[in-house]
Design a protein around this ligand. Sequence first.
Ligand code: PDD
Length: 278
Amino acid sequence: RIVFLNGSFLPIEEAKVPFMDRGFLFGDGVYEGIAILDGHLVDNDAHLERLERSLREVRIPNPYTRAEWTRLEEEIARRNGMTEGFIYFQVTRGVAERDFMFPENTAPTVAMFTQAKAIVNAPAAEKGIAVITVPDQRWSRRDIKSINLLAQVLAKQAAKEAGAQEAWMVQDGFVTEGGSSSGFIVTKEGRIVVRPLSNAILPGITRKSLLALSQDAGIELEERLFTVEEAYDAAEAFMTSASTFVLPIVSIDGRSIGDGKPGPITKKLREIYIRMAS
Ligand code: PDD
């Protein structure tokens, strides 16, 4: 397996990050994750735009232009013979003696790897997934795609231990988002409900594309907060992320959603998303 680290492509065993990297010590970095399907990058521009924004918000200089990032993504996919899966990349503030304040004259650390994965023919897409709800214990700048994911690690582990595949995080009774996905419900009238963008959630790229596609398909949208009770009572529920596209949710906290099977609107949205991405 070939990875990219600080300007070089090399076997993963040889890719070493120094002990004093600020990503390791402070979680001082940001990341992106993008799907590759049939050998091409899905929504690449939007992901790179979000990376630029994350870097700007935490004041890490962007080491590459959009064209340079794209070349690296394409090359790592090619070198790994990957036609379907996930490309992960992260930028940390670099290596320096441990001190909270920014180091001077330190180059960011850039790391990139691929994970081959069947996204389109995923078993979870057929059966749907189970979700549990947990308190949202994260910081207040969730719009930044930071590498600090401890709350999500704990939330998703709790989901696994409950026999579920994702955790929906809840603040003041309202669902914020999934541990690594955006959360949606469908009302009995067939309208999609999704939380509006703010500092409380990550601006999901799959979310954004899907909302545009759903408009074209004539599906009505309510961008507003929704409660856990409303989700239990919804006709359908689903999640979106770059590494899964659209996945049906068939139970929340052990309660069946709708008839407990992937719903028709969710299935249709998954199909139109895959068509766009292919
Ligand atoms: N997670 N919300 C959170 C908290 C996320 O971590 C993610 C993505 C999303 C969906 O965003 P997008 O559609 O741009 O992937 C929403 C990635 C896939 C991960 O950490 O693996």
